[in-house]
Write a protein that binds this ligand. Structure first.
Ligand code: MGD
Ligand code: MGD
Ligand code: SF4
Length: 750
């Protein structure tokens, strides 16, 4: 039976199990008499939507979690967020320090474990140099944790080998924002979702991965019949089902499609000449400044009729998408890993920005290119505080002497004492462990033995390297490679800040005491650093509030400025968007626009100022179509893509412990298109072997119309059936982000 769009939206919301009320999940076994003693404000532990939560505590235990009505999610949570409480009490929590003895991890005292880890760091640095040690962190660590770890390694140990999982996730989005606008992070906010009349969703399964935002988009569509949704994705995801137009494209053809949309816009004269003439530079790939006419010549290769075969999208659909994008009164673009996890992820980001810049659909409520961030604190922690190997806090770069000198002054270090050489990016770092060049690594809040691409290759390095892990759950497979494990306080067992997609910083307040001997990660980091011999003057903090205050000061004098976001305000308010220079500033919804962005003086002569660029103009880049690193063809005729399912978080160390969730997706599976399945005699539930140039693995088939013919999809949450053993580790040359989304494979019924 056909389903009307209206009904679909209702059903989609129901299927995503949104919860506005606190629930006591069965897994918690909360008794009927349990009553909340106090509610503590926080932020959901999972995705970059950054929903505010209220944590219900009774007798020192979290018994329920509900949405914060004062945060952007207005009290709504998805199932994962609402079922966070049982994760805290999972029996697999690491509650004591562990060290490896005779091949087994055994309990140890804090002193023993800290001394052992510190001695290995000291030894490696003494025998080789600071580049022989590394930190690998996470977009799920608190801002204070990432800022501190990065400072300890870069300033204390003089090693710039500071990386984290955002390299696997947001690096191409960062590269896109920086090369187009000169500064990282989105310029819009979630308020744009309530005002947009066109949503252009490309390479994002918003419905499953940012469900509370999807609900907001669906509600917007339901309330205004003029709202149009375009989805560009090679899978018919739940997201695509509310689309007015779904461009079901061939994987890897985004660059051609985006240029083709620009072609239509320009040829139909739907561009905003006054805007781009004043605020935009057109640049070739070789960074040569050209004029609008040269851009038109570049676009001539992307006539929809000429690329429809390559893209697998009818020319009429590309034309329609371009017209809707340009003719709507307000267009918001949303994208995520279908764009970023590609060897031309930065370019694809640039081309999305291009569409906004040529149409002037930017910096007005409802018009914005809004990259969806994956993790709860990839923005606030790793991107903003500079937790990557080429960065220093607040957008500063290691390679720039002036930037290093600013930090040296702020951190009380001698001039020119920071290491000027950028460290190794994530994939190079794990290769250096394989090569024996990086000898000791500290990981925090990440599970690389499951999440890296072509993962078997890099487990060798994890085995070789002395591996110190701060990890909350004993069944995380990376612990098989750990030599020392420190037990951290988890989620609301310590205090700190998360910064989500819309530049909103919000406080996660400590609600309960951590179990056993668990300690806040900042305390672990400080103790370890002191034992390695880091100058105590560099880390003089009594608690994480002090770290936050220092970070506020470090942000001042930069366009990130959030001096006004004090701890006291964060305790009272449910999040504040930077820039926010003073305590009476309300936070910023729209950047780069006079009167909105406090970085632009009110008497600035022009309305827009892209101050990240020397002449204040953003860049429209001429980026050509390029194929994937390993396109389907020959002996490997299928494209394999990987991604997420609504209920599981990443490596499932947390969601896998909630029975209500685990039951819905017990194992990984492979999605096969009905036509392909028929041709190969594959039925739903049959065993199907996938073979790539890196190995093979057998999954149960889910036959349907989600994947286009020629495409198969496998989720990567399952450590027992881990698709990352088969994925390619090719990277974007600019962002160094791996191409998780495309590799070639064979499909065979077994
Ligand atoms: P993915 O499933 O990785 O999720 O959020 P998303 O990026 O939305 O992939 C997104 C889409 O890319 C898929 O629908 C896929 O079909 C499409 N795609 C594949 N190849 C191409 C292509 O060539 N072009 C285009 N245009 N699209 C393509 C990821 C986000 O989710 C992230 S980064 C994190 S860290 C969080 N993780 C997470 C989770 O683990 N589980 C859940 N439930 N939510 C999460 N939210 C966040
Ligand atoms: P997580 O499961 O989030 O995955 O990859 P990972 O970061 O490796 O790992 C978090 C770890 O921290 C878990 O082991 C968890 O138990 C632990 N933990 C939880 N809470 C705490 C805490 O409070 N403190 C500490 N110290 N530890 C804690 C994510 C990465 O995976 C990302 S971000 C992306 S976008 C990539 N996406 C992707 C993909 O789309 N496809 C494929 N095939 N692979 C991918 N890998 C990447
Ligand atoms: Fe948590 Fe994301 Fe769900 Fe919000 S949408 S409740 S942040 S998992």
């Amino acid at each position: 039976m056909a389903i009307s769009r209206r009904n679909f939206i209702k059903n989609a919301a129901a299927a995503s199990a949104f919860l506005a009320l606190g629930v006591a999940p069965k897994a918690m076994a909360a008794g009927p008499g349990d009553k909340v003693d106090n509610w503590v404000k926080g932020v959901c532990r999972y995705c970059g939507t950054g929903c505010g939560v209220m944590v219900g505590v009774s007798n020192g235990k979290v018994i329920t979690v509900k949405g914060d009505p004062n945060n952007h999610n207005q009290g709504i949570l998805c199932l994962k967020g609402a079922l966070l409480a049982p994760v805290i009490y999972a029996k697999e929590r690491v509650t004591k320090p562990l060290i490896r003895k005779n091949g087994e991890l055994v309990e140890a005292s804090w002193d023993e474990a800290l001394d052992l880890a510190a001695s290995k760091f000291k030894e490696a640095i003494a025998e080789s140099d600071p580049d022989s040690v590394a930190y690998y962190g996470s977009g799920q660590a608190l801002t204070e944790e990432t800022y501190l770890a990065s400072k300890i390694f870069k300033a204390g140990l003089k090693s710039n080998n500071v990386e984290g999982n955002p390299r696997l996730c947001m690096a191409s989005a960062v590269g896109g924002y920086v090369s187009t606008f000169g500064k990282d992070e989105p310029m819009g906010s979630y308020n744009d979702l309530d005002a947009a009349t066109c949503f252009f969703i490309i390479g994002s399964n918003t419905s499953e991965c940012h469900p509370v935002l999807f609900r907001r988009i669906a509600a917007r569509k339901q309330n205004d019949k003029n709202v149009k949704i375009i989805v560009c994705d090679p899978r018919r995801t739940n997201t695509s089902r509310i689309a007015d137009l779904h461009m079901s494209m061939k994987p890897g053809s985004d660059l051609a499609i985006l240029n083709s949309m620009a072609y239509v816009i320009v040829n139909e004269e739907l561009d905003d000449y006054r805007f781009h003439n004043k605020y935009v530079n057109f640049m070739t790939n070789d960074k040569e400044k050209v004029d609008f006419e040269a851009y038109k010549v570049f676009l001539a290769d992307y006539k929809p009729e000429d690329i429809e075969e390559l893209a697998g999208v009818p020319a009429a659909q590309i034309r329609e998408a371009a017209m809707i994008f340009a003719e709507s009164s307000a267009t918001t673009s949303l994208w995520c890993m279908g764009i970023n996890q590609r060897i031309r992820g930065v370019w694809a980001n640039n081309l999305i920005h291009n569409l906004h810049l040529i149409t002037g659909k930017i910096g007005k409520l409802g018009s914005t290119p809004l990259s969806l961030t994956g993790q709860p604190n990839a923005c606030g922690g790793v991107r903003d505080t500079g937790g990557l190997s080429h960065l220093l806090p607040a957008g500063r770069l290691i390679k720039k002497q002036a930037h290093r000198n600013q930090l040296e002054e702020q951190w009380g270090m001698p001039k020119d004492s920071l290491n000027p050489k950028p460290g190794l990016h994530t994939m190079a770092l794990f290769q250096a462990m394989n090569d024996g060049k990086v000898k000791v690594v500290l990981t925090l809040c990440t599970n690389p033995a499951q999440s890296l691409p072509n993962v078997l290759k890099y487990r060798e390095g994890l085995e070789k390297c002395f591996n110190v892990a701060i990890e909350a759950f004993s069944d995380a497979i990376s612990l098989k490679y750990a030599d020392v494990v420190f037990p951290p306080a988890f989620w609301v067992e310590r205090t700190g800040v998360f910064g989500c997609t819309e530049r909103r910083y919000a406080l996660v307040e400590q609600a309960i005491e951590p179990p056993g001997e668990c300690r806040p990660s900042v305390n672990i980091l400080i103790d370890l650093a002191l034992r390695i011999g880091v100058d105590p003057a560099l880390i003089p903090y009594k608690n994480s509030d002090d770290i936050w205050d220092e970070w506020r000061k470090v942000s001042a004098m930069t366009p990130y400025n959030f001096e006004g976001i004090t701890r006291e305000r964060l305790k009272k308010e449910s999040g504040i968007k930077w820039p926010c220079p003073t305590e009476d500033h309300p936070g910023t919804d729209i950047r780069y626009v006079r009167g909105e962005d406090p970085n632009i003086p009110l008497d600035y002569p022009d309305k827009y100022h892209f101050y990240g660029k020397p002449d204040g103009r953003a860049v429209v880049w001429m980026r050509p179509q390029k194929p994937a690193a390993e396109p389907a063809g020959g002996d490997y005729p299928f494209t394999l893509t990987t991604g997420r399912v609504i209920d599981h978080w990443h490596t499932a160390t947390m969601t896998g412990k909630v029975p209500e969730i685990a039951r819905s997706f017990p194992n990984a599976y492979v999605e096969v298109n009905t036509k392909d399945a028929k041709r190969m005699g594959i039925n739903h539930g049959d065993n199907v072997k996938l073979t790539t140039r890196r190995g093979d693995m057998t999954f149960k088939a889910r036959v349907g119309d989600v994947c286009e013919p020629g495409l198969v999809f496998v989720p990567w949450f399952d450590p027992k059936l881990l698709i990352n053993e088969l994925t390619i580790d090719a990277i974007d040359p600019g962002s160094k982000q791996p191409e998780f989304k495309i590799c070639a494979c064979q499909v065979e019924k077994v």
